[in-house]
Design a protein around this ligand. Structure first.
Ligand code: GLA
Length: 708
């Protein structure tokens, strides 16, 4: 086939495909049974190098086709017992798939060169199209699968995974992932895989804070700066599943996509089903290299806009549900004095929303709280030189609301079961056309009638009693997929209608953060926990996959409402300046002095914003290392840099680690703002700097700039 800059290669004779990025190769072939067999993923190689790998393997009649452990996309059928990529039920009840290669082509889809490999069942009218796209500069491959029913009867899809990633033969397979909970999201974990499966997943209807849809595997010794790492991140905001399976023959394959738990999709005559994209990558540059490739990819290929993120103020922790025009205007005045650019009113502005027990679903402005409408506040905010943003939670409803009283059947439920309330709310079936239309209409009115620049879109509960009234009985298990697809459609439509409006994804903190929602969301709220120290580990786990500018971080009160920890204003600002800076304190109670000092930190942030939001991020030290965390942000040229360092608590006589910087030019000289003298890049990166941190919860910010 025609090569596109040699990204895709196919050799007729050996029937082998190779996908090349700048620093990696990914190779698979068509075997004698016409099945696709994965051969290699890692440092650059040629098709010839891999040819000997394309062969059948058998151990005994109990392990008849060992080579199928490396099937590029695994069809459930025959003697295949590993995690399947595709499992279906044919119209006559047959549940065995026998699909082989029939053709391939490169075509443009969504403006991207896409390799499409078509596999077809030998008997039934079912095709699987495997889709591959290349991001050569960041050594990434995007994969998806499209399942097509070319016949006249329904075929039931029991499991459609996006991709299976086969890893090469390694001594150990260490899996890195995150776990978490409400207010404790993105906690890093590392485990060596043994034979069997490790399943990361969500069954709660959204992405979930208990896990996040990405993985990284290394040989057990990769560090931030060195070592080979294979990784992937899935673009799906509903029930998802990533299965890392190690066989008794030491083969590891990571399969991921929409969770097959309680899930089915009925594929009608002539219809097709697209699995979400799953991006995978290989780097020899350790976990830091992995993260930077993912971050740059998000900037260039995923996020809906490349505008710098604004310094925002959010009223939630200041006023909770007790929102009113006068207080918000007073807050706005103080926020503007500090240099805030976007003023966001959180929950409580609509319906009878005086607490979390009522009003959700009634999206009209509360006249008691805003007697002159929202316009008065918005006008004031604009006069103060800021943009205006507002909170919504369109997918949910309080039973105590006009909406629910009018449409009790719009929520997910089973007629014979109680409707479980979580935070006193139920969830709307947003794939029902009337519900979708209702949401689009009130959002359109809100955005048309007010000068709103920013929407914080929240979602504060998981799915229970997953029944859809009025939806065909044999299609009830489609709910999990339908909800997410409708959500994406609503966001896409809103972005089309209001291209100037920016969106933040929030779900009780960070329960809906993934590469799927980030095609529509400019930024995210990673956690309701705003304690500046707790945030360091949350932000570290976040940074493994997602770029700093996608992470909103607020400076709030000390002691924090949640864990009563006392930390300085400086420490709080430094912690929050490592992403998109926000303020969440009750400024009406802040002294002029505190406002002044905060204004100074906001000025500092604006000066380094291009580095934090668009530069390359290097994790220099993590908390496990003598209680010091440090993160550095560097411009593309390696001439300008911001370094944040935090000390948990000092121990007498125990020296702090020297901080070795990264990403600079070895032969350039650098100055550190506020310190006399200069240093060579070589010295900063190899010898490092001493950290003058003392006591408990100390922090610093260094600006390191090349000098002539
Ligand atoms: C969720 C969000 C918070 C806040 C509240 C409002 O918990 O994560 O930031 O918006 O809802 O009810």
């Amino acid at each position: 086939m025609g090569n596109v800059d040699m990204q895709f290669e196919f050799e007729e004779k050996s029937r082998i495909f190779a996908i090349h990025t700048q620093r990696s190769s990914y190779v698979f072939g068509i075997n004698e049974r016409d099945r696709l067999q994965h051969l290699y993923w890692g440092e650059p190689v040629t098709i010839d190098d891999c040819a000997p790998l394309l062969r059948g393997r058998s151990h005994s009649s109990f392990d008849a086709e060992v080579d199928m452990e490396a099937e590029e996309y695994s069809f459930w059928g025959g003697v295949n017992y590993d995690e399947p990529s595709l499992k279906v039920r044919m119209p006559d009840g047959v549940r065995d798939l026998l699909a082989g290669y029939v053709r391939h082509e490169i075509r443009e889809e969504d403006g991207r060169q896409t390799l499409v490999i078509v596999l077809k069942d030998r008997v039934y009218p079912l095709e699987a199209h495997l889709l591959y796209r290349v991001i050569p500069e960041y050594d990434l491959i995007e994969r998806s699968a499209r399942i097509v029913n070319t016949g006249g009867d329904d075929i039931v899809l029991e499991s459609v995974q996006s991709a299976a990633w086969s890893l090469p033969d390694l001594r150990d397979y260490r899996l890195t992932h995150v776990t978490g909970k409400w207010s404790g999201e993105f906690q890093l974990r590392r485990n060596v895989l043994s034979e069997g499966k490790k399943v990361l997943e969500s069954r709660r209807g959204f992405t979930d804070s208990h896990a996040n849809p990405w993985f990284a595997v290394d040989e057990g010794q990769a560090t931030e700066t060195d070592g080979r790492v294979w990784f992937g991140a899935l673009a799906w905001s509903g029930n998802w599943k990533i299965t890392a399976e190690k066989t008794v023959f030491n083969h590891v394959r990571v399969t991921g996509g929409i969770n097959d738990f309680d899930s089915e999709w009925v594929l009608g005559a002539g219809e097709s089903f697209d699995a979400p994209w799953f991006v995978g990558g290989y780097t020899a540059g350790g976990f830091g290299g992995m993260s930077r490739n993912l971050h740059q990819y998000q900037h260039a290929y995923v996020l809906p806009s490349s505008e710098p993120r604004k310094v925002l103020y959010n009223s939630w922790e200041a006023t909770y549900f007790n929102v009113n025009a006068a207080d918000q205007m007073a807050l706005a005045e103080r926020a503007a004095r500090m240099g805030v650019e976007l003023f966001v009113v959180d929950d409580g502005w609509f319906g009878q929303r005086n607490n979390d027990r009522a009003g959700l679903g009634d999206w009209y402005v509360n006249k008691e709280k805003f007697p002159n409408g929202l316009g008065e506040l918005i006008g004031k905010v604009h006069k103060l030189g800021m943009e205006f943003g507002i909170w919504v939670e369109p997918e949910a409803v309080n039973p105590d609301s006009d909406l629910y009283r009018a449409h009790p059947d719009w929520v997910y439920h089973f007629e014979t079961r109680p409707r479980t309330e979580l935070r006193n709310q139920l969830l709307l079936n947003i794939s029902k056309p009337e519900v979708k239309a209702y949401i689009l209409q009130f959002m359109t009115e809100l955005l048309q009638n007010h000068r709103i620049k920013f929407i914080k879109w929240d979602m504060n509960r998981t799915v229970t009693e997953p029944g859809m009234k009025d939806h065909p009985l044999h299609r009830q298990k489609e709910l999990w997929i339908r909800h997410v697809r409708s959500l994406y459609e609503i966001w896409a439509e809103l972005r089309r209608r209001f291209p100037h409006v920016e969106f933040e994804t929030c779900a009780g903190g960070g329960a809906r953060i993934d590469l799927g929602i980030f095609r529509y969301a400019d930024q995210s709220w990673p956690s309701d926990n705003t304690d500046a120290f707790d945030r360091l580990s949350i932000q570290e786990g976040f940074s493994y996959t997602y770029a700093p500018r996608m992470m909103t971080c607020w400076v709030t009160e000390s002691p924090t409402g949640m864990n009563k920890r006392n930390v300085s204003l400086k420490y709080r600002f430094h912690s929050a300046m490592m992403g998109t800076l926000g303020i969440g304190s009750n400024l009406n109670e802040w002294s002029d002095e505190l406002i002044e000092q905060s204004g100074e930190f906001i000025r500092q942030y604006k000066a380094i914003r291009p580095l934090v939001q668009f530069g390359r991020q290097y994790r220099l030290a993590d908390l496990q290392h003598k209680g010091v965390t440090a993160v550095q942000y560097v411009d593309e040229a390696g001439t300008d840099s911001a370094v944040f360092a935090f000390l948990h608590s000092q121990r007498l006589g125990e020296p702090l680690p020297r901080l070795r910087l990264q990403g600079l030019q070895a032969d350039r000289a650098y100055a550190i703002e506020g310190l006399p003298g200069s240093w060579s890049g070589r010295a900063l990166m190899n010898i490092g700097i001493e950290l003058p941190l003392r006591g408990d919860f100390d922090s610093l910010l260094y600006r390191v700039t090349a000098v002539e």
